[in-house]
Ligand binder design. Sequence first.
Ligand code: NAP
Ligand code: HSE
Length: 433
Amino acid sequence: MTEKMNIGLLGFGTVGTGVLQIVRDHQDKLVHQVGCPIEISKILVNDLDKDRGISIEPGMLTLEADDILEDPAIDVVIEVMGGTGDARAYIRKALENGKHVVTANKDVMAEHGSELLTLANETGTDLYYEASVAGGIPILRTLVEGLASDRITKMMGIVNGTTNYILTKMTKEGRLYEEVLQEAKALGYAEADPTADVEGIDAARKISILGTLGFSMNLDLDDVEVTGMTKVTSEDIQYADQLGYTMKLIGIANRCEDKVEVSVEPTLMPNEHPLSSVDDEFNAVYVYGEAVGETMYYGAGAGKFPTATSIVSDLVAVLRNKRLGVNGQSLVIPQFDKKLKTDEEIFSKYFMRIHAKDLPGTFANLTAIFGECDISLEKILQVPLNEGRLAEIIVVTHGVSRKNYKEVLQKLNETDAVVEVKSNYRVEGVMKR
Ligand code: NAP
Ligand code: HSE
C-alpha cells in the first residue's frame, strides 16, 4: 500500500462536515478503491471557534487559504465554500500549484467552468464537479460516460430542492409560499440568500451545466431564459390540477438538429409524467437520447450526506486517475459551436388564466385573437367570478411558437374584453411510449 493521500477542505459547513464524516466512516471501502488511506488534513474556515457538531484534531482548522493551497503535502483540494469570488481564485491557485480539485459549487462552474477546466487541462490536474448539479444523483457522470455513445436531444430537470419542496407543500397541503420557504431554509435546502433558488437562478446554473455536457456545446447562464416561481399562486396550482397537470419548476434543454433552447420556468407537467411525482426536496433529471429513448435519474438533490457522497466519489475518481497516471486528461472540448433557437423555432403548449368581462361577445373576441395568432386551443375552462361581471377563463393551447405566444399575450392584454391575463405557464407533453 502506498502512503496516505492528504486532502485540503475549503469550507466546513453543511457539505464540508458531511465530507469529513464520509471519509472517516467509509475509510475501509475508500482504501480498497484507491489503494491508500485518505486523510482530510487541513480545513479552511472563517471562524475557528464555531461548533461544527463533529470532532476534529487540534490544528486542523485554519483561516489562511495558503495553508492548504501552498502546502506541497496536500494532493487534492475540495472546495465547499460557495460563492464565486474567493472560490474561483482558490480553485485557480490550487490547479496552478498542481493540486486536483473537487467542487460542489454550481455558481463557479456555471460562470467560470470553461476557464477552470481549460486551466486544469493545461496544468495536468483534474477538476471534478459532480455535486454541483442535483446533489447526490450522479448525473454528470451519466451524461459524460453512461450515455457517451448516444445523441441526447432533450433534458428536463427538477434540479432545485428548495422550490420543489415549496411547490409540493403548496400543492399537497395547500400551504402558503412564504411559510414553506422559511421551513425550507430551516431544513438547510435553501441557499443562505434564497433569491437564487426561488427566482430560478440556481436551477438555471444547473441546467446550463447539464446542457453543456449533454449537448457538448458551451452554454452560459445568459443563454438560459429564466422565470422564477415567486408568482405561482394556489389558484394556478388548483386549476392546473383540475386540468390534469402538476406545477413544477423545470429546467429544460432541447436540441433540434444543431440548435438548442435552454430555459427554467414554472411548468405544468401532465400528472402521468414521472417528473410530476418527484416531490419535496427530491431532484430528478429526465434525459432523452435518440438511441436509448427515455431515462430518468432520481434522488436527493441537496443535503449534507447526499452532496458529500458525490464529492467523495469524485475524490475516488481523482485518486484512481493518479494511480493510472492519467490526471488532467478528462477535459472534453465541446464538439459543437453554440447555436440558440430563435422564438420562431421554440415550440410548446401554454396554459393561460384570463380575467375577462362576462359580456356577450367576449368569448368570440378572445377566440378571434387566438385565431389571428394562428393558435389553436386544446382545453378551455370557464368559471364565473364573484367580483362583478367577470369570468375566469383558463385555456391550454396546442403547440405554438414562442413568437406567436408572445404576440397573443400582447393582443390579449390590449383588448377591452380582457381585464388581466393573471398567469401563463409552459405546458409539457406526456412521455412518448
Ligand atoms: P455552508 O454551510 O454555508 O458552508 C460554507 C463553509 O465555507 C463554512 O464553513 C464557511 O466558514 C466557509 N467559508 C465560506 N467562505 C469562506 C471564505 N471566504 N474563507 C474561508 N471560509 C469560508 O455551505 P454549504 O451548504 O456547505 O455549501 C457549500 C457548497 O456546496 C456551495 O457551493 C453550495 O452551493 C454547494 N452545494 C450545497 C448543497 C447543500 O445541500 N447544502 C448541495 C449541493 C451543492 P464558517 O463556517 O467558518 O463560516
Ligand atoms: N439550494 C439548492 C437547492 C441546494 O435547493 O437545490 C443544492 O444545490
